[in-house]
Design a protein around this ligand. Structure first.
Ligand SMILES: [Zn+2]
Length: 413
C-alpha cells in the first residue's frame, strides 16, 4: 500500500483506526528495496540486510553457470530472519518468500509463493486447526483474468480466513513478537488501481471495503496490546497507476546486445555467442561475462565500457516524450556483502507509470498493460506507535531499516 493511499484513507474515514495510530505515533514515507519486488523487499525487511547479504535479488534467478531460470525460495535466504535472532517466541503469518517453512521458535505460516499447506506451516500440529478455519495461502489471481466478481469473492474469503487465523494464534500461542501480513491488497491494486482512482468505477466500493476490513483488524490489534507495546504497520513497496509496460529485452535486441540461436525458441536458455547483456525481471541487467555464463563473450576488461554504453541507452530511453527510466544503479552502489557476485550488474527503476519487464519474446518496446497498477520504489509507508524517541526512525527509512529500528527501541526499553 502506498503512502499516499493510506494517508488518503486515514483522512477520508476509510481507515479510522489507522488514522488513530498515525496520530499516536510517527508516519513516514519509506523506500522499498531495489528492485521493488515483494520477495526482495520482505527478505530485506526480515533480515535487516541488503540483497548482497541475504542473497535474494528478484522473483526469479538463474542456476549457476547457466541461463536456466529458477525461483529462489526461503532455503536460499542467506541471512537469518529476525525471529531466529531475537529472544522469545514469534508468530509469523504470511510473510512473502518464507516458503517452505523452516523450524523456528514459535509459529510460521509461509506466504507468497506458498504451494503446499503441508510445507507452509510450522509446527505441523497447526495444519489441522488452520484447515478448520478454511485458511487460504493465497488468492487465485487467475480468476481476475476471467471473472472479476469471483476473484473479489475469493479475495474477501482469503482476508477473512487470514484474520481468523491471526485471532486463533493470538489467543492460543505464547509469543513476544507477532507479525501478520495482508497480501491480497497487492493483487487488488494490480488489477483494480483504476477502481481506486475512479469513484464511478463498478468496483470502487468493493476496493474501499477491503481496506475497511483490514482497518478493523488494525483497530482490534491496537486495543489488544498495551500502549507502550511497540506496534509497527508498514508496506513493502508503494503503488501507482500503470501507464505502459516496457520490454527491456526488446530494447537490448534492437540495439544488438542480445541475440538468440537462429531457428530456436526465443527463451533465455537459447542465448547465443555474441550476446553482451541480458535482463531478468523487472529491470535487472546482466553482462554476459566470459567464464561466468555458458555463452559468455564479454572480457572482464570490456565490462566497464559496456556498462557506460548501456547506461547511456537506458538514460535516453523515451516513450511519447517521457523518460522511461528513473534511476540506473550499478551493483556496487546498492549492494554489498558476500553475494555481490550474484547481483545484476545494473538495476533499472522505472519512471512514473512505466512498468519494466524483461519479456524476451516481446515483439515491440511497449504494450498496453493488462494490469492498471504497478509497484513503486519510493512510496511505501511506515507507522510506528510506542516510540519514546522519534530520532530512532530515519527521515526516509528503507525496508531494510525496520529490523534495526525495532532493535534500537528494544535496547532502550
Ligand atoms: Zn505486486
Amino acid at each position: 500500500m502506498p503512502f499516499g493511499m493510506i494517508k488518503d484513507f486515514a483522512e477520508t474515514g476509510v481507515m479510522p483506526n489507522t488514522a488513530e495510530l498515525i496520530s499516536q505515533g510517527i508516519f513516514k514515507k519509506m523506500y522499498s528495496s531495489i528492485p521493488e519486488v515483494s520477495s526482495v523487499a520482505w527478505s530485506s525487511m526480515i533480515t535487516g540486510e541488503n540483497p548482497g547479504r541475504h542473497g535474494i535479488f528478484g522473483f526469479m534467478d538463474l542456476f549457476p553457470d547457466s541461463y536456466k531460470m529458477r525461483f529462489p525460495n526461503f532455503n536460499d535466504l542467506k541471512a537469518p530472519p529476525f525471529w531466529d535472532a531475537w529472544e522469545g517466541k514469534s508468530v509469523i503469518i504470511n510473510v512473502p518468500a518464507t516458503y517452505p517453512v523452516r523450524k523456528m521458535k514459535g509459529v510460521l505460516i509461509s506466504g507468497f509463493v506458498s504451494i503446499d499447506l503441508e510445507k507452509s506451516v510450522h509446527p505441523k500440529s497447526l495444519i489441522g486447526p488452520l484447515k478448520d478455519l478454511d485458511y487460504r495461502l493465497d488468492v487465485d489471481a487467475q480468476k481476475a483474468h476471467t471473472a472479476m466478481d469471483v476473484f473479489l469473492e475469493d479475495l474477501d474469503k482469503t482476508l477473512d480466513a487470514r484474520i481468523q487465523a491471526y485471532r486463533y494464534l493470538w489467543e492460543t500461542q505464547d509469543w513476544q513478537t507477532f507479525m501478520l501480513v495482508f497480501t491480497a491488497t497487492d493483487r487488488l491494486m494490480h488489477f483494480l488501481w483504476d477502481a481506486y482512482e475512479d469513484k464511478d468505477h463498478k468496483y470502487h466500493n468493493l476496493f474501499l471495503e477491503h481496506f475497511r476490513k483490514i482497518d478493523e483488524a488494525v483497530g482490534e490489534i491496537s486495543t489488544r496490546i498495551a500502549d507502550d507495546d511497540l506496534l509497527i504497520m508498514h508496506s513493502d513497496h508503494g503503488f501507482e497507476r500503470l501507464e505502459k509496460d516496457v520490454y527491456i529485452s526488446y530494447l537490448l535486441r534492437q540495439e544488438g546486445f542480445l541475440q538468440f540461436k537462429q531457428g530456436e525458441d526465443i527463451v533465455l536458455n537459447n542465448i547465443c555467442y555474441g550476446t553482451k547483456a541480458f535482463v531478468l525481471d523487472p529491470g535487472r541487467i546482466y553482462i554476459n561475462l566470459k567464464g561466468k555464463y555458458p555463452c559468455g563473450t564479454v572480457e572482464p576488461g570490456e565490462a566497464k565500457g559496456l556498462l557506460c554504453q548501456l547506461e547511456n541507452i537506458f538514460a535516453s530511453l523515451e516513450v511519447n516524450g517521457k523518460k522511461v527510466i528513473r534511476d540506473i544503479y550499478r551493483k556496487e552502489q546498492i549492494y554489498s556483502g558476500p553475494y555481490l557476485e550474484d547481483a545484476p550488474d545494473l538495476v533499472l527503476v522505472g519512471a512514473q507509470g512505466f512498468n519494466l519487464k524483461a519479456n524476451v519474446k516481446a515483439e515491440r518496446l511497449t504494450d498496453k498493460p493488462i494490469f492498471t497498477g504497478k509497484h513503486t520504489q519510493d512510496s511505501a509507508f511506515l507507522i510506528v506507535r510506542g516510540l519514546s524517541d522519534e530520532g530512532i526512525v530515519p527521515d526516509m527509512p528503507a525496508v531494510s531499516d525496520v529490523k534495526g529500528i525495532v532493535e534500537k527501541i528494544k535496547g532502550r526499553t
